[in-house]
Ligand binder design. Sequence first.
Ligand code: NAP
Length: 268
Amino acid sequence: MKFAIVANDLPKSQNVKRNLEKKLLECHMVEDEKHPEIVITIGGDGTLLSAFHKYQDQLESIRFVGVHTGHLGFYTDWREDEIDDLVVSLQSDNGQSISYPLLEVQVKYANEPHMKKYIALNEAALKKIGTTLVTDVYIGGEFFESFRGDGLCVSTPTGSTAYNKSLGGAVVHPNLEVMQVAEIGSINNRVFRTVSAPMIIAPRDWVTLYPDHGTDFVLTIDALTKSGCKIEKIMFKIAKQRIYFAKYRHQHFWRRVQDAFIGDANGV
Ligand code: NAP
């Protein structure tokens, strides 16, 4: 099995990386940073997010495994002190996996002839700094609303617990192949009106934004930020590609949500 390890810069994560690397090489596994079959991340959800983008062109041949060196994450199943168990699981790997939906984003920049394509694991957001974002919103090709406010965020099910949740969006089980649109600071008064609620969009429908002219747009795709761009149109859809994780043990999604956001607060 060919593996690659992506760790964040924390000394703790770097130590785990060295330890794991040594153990995997002792088991005659092959380290291949360019074309791995398994990518093991060490750090947090943010580390998995950066590894995803590093290998986003090879998603069909890669499975991810997340080791957390802080708190349990949404993309990280293994604790740093479970490295030996992880090595045993990797040795007896029989290709088992679980996959989750991704978001496809197509952007038509004013100064470029063709649409530019991006892929997001968590979400993409269009915002404006300084002035109000004004954009027509189409769903499934039909005009839906004219939005005014700070911005709009479109998230995947696994991204629903990230920025989307801070915006009051719903937590979505990742077995559902849907995307969610959440408002960022919408303006609602006697003149301007938006739906003022997060919306769950069906898999085949595109959400399309036609922002009013301006150049102070900020477009974020997970941790990537593009600012000062002139955008004519943005389209969002559930992508054809999916992300695959090596599934060596079952993690109950709602247990993970409880652990991350409620903890012992309601414990008896
Ligand atoms: P980052 O430090 O990599 O991530 C920010 C925080 O979001 C970290 O605590 C990270 O967890 C957590 N996170 C990432 N993905 C998550 C997920 N799917 N579910 C729950 N929590 C998740 O910062 P960054 O480099 O800017 O990363 C971009 C991500 O940050 C975006 O995709 C966005 O979702 C999130 N973000 C959140 C807000 C907000 O909540 N107001 C604002 C901007 C961006 P770990 O500590 O485990 O890495």
